[in-house]
Design a protein around this ligand. Sequence first.
Ligand code: AHG
Ligand code: MN
Ligand code: MN
Ligand code: MN
Length: 330
Amino acid sequence: TEDRLALPVGTTLERYIMRKQTEFPYATGELSQLLRDIALAGKIVNREVNRAGLSRITGAMGEQNVQGEAQQRLDVEANIRFIRALTNGGECCAILSEEDEDIVQTGNHQGKYVVAIDPLDGSSNIDVNISIGTIFAIYRRVSRTGGPARAEDFLQGGRAQVAAGYILYGSSTMLVYTTGHGVTGFTYEHSLGEFFLSHPDIKIPAQGNIFSCNEGNWLDYPEYVRGFLTTCKERRLTGRYVGSLVADYHRNLFTGGIYLYPATTAKPAGKLRLLYECYPLAMLIEQAGGVAVTGRTAVLDVPPTKNLHQRVPFFVGSAELVHELQAAAE
Ligand code: AHG
Ligand code: MN
Ligand code: MN
Ligand code: MN
């Protein structure tokens, strides 16, 4: 039977969101507006990314964020842009950002949603003109105080996400998101300033030929991870690692493969952050038919701790490869 919701490639994001809103009873107007706000901020950040080399927006800020990472100018700029767009949009009452230790209140206490965001992913690649991204997760607010949002609004667990997505600022810029009914990809046409539907119903191949990890950490990887990677090499899989999570994830989503950021000696909980990196990418991969685990456990089933910037080991990608790794996990 023909999917009555199928829209042709080339539909604008705006029209797509409008159609979904009227055709899916669950999709509220507020969530649609929130997605528009994120797309708008994405366009602005895309502009900054494209001219970063000219506008002196590269380089370090000289500040550290709560993770102890040296903030880049574009980390800070992107954070400002997303917070501003989400504040002006009015649907979001609070934001959890990688770049801010505490929850950022937008002042829209009536806003029904909260957003966890990695405004600029792939910091180390900004200055060298390599693909970077943005990752976001959206929850319905649960605290009923009428006042500011609380930590509990962000600590509902991965299965409570109502939408999740990323923007890839790559050789073309794409917005990929899910509201829990499959994964849809849009490509940005900059002369028109619009995102257009380009990849309806994205599915990751069940098997893949690529493994992606920072092999510089090899000596610090758990034994089972080294064992798994050795079998990848014995089977002559291909190694691909950009060092921007969004870019590595996006490639593997289309080609099939596995991305690994295990615990290391220096980072016993891994490097990637649960709330604004791993949960949203895990929701997307499950919607695309793939798998995301921290070892034995599905990422979406990891209970959040009180630490908003909690890290977890992260293995994500094609079902067969990730299941193989999961079976070997301690
Ligand atoms: P961010 O730039 O948002 O801080 O994220 C950092 C991440 C991620 O993009 C990437 O996959 C990973 O760090 C790379 O880490 P290594 O340099 O340790 O490989
Ligand atoms: Mn960072
Ligand atoms: Mn990141
Ligand atoms: Mn970041």
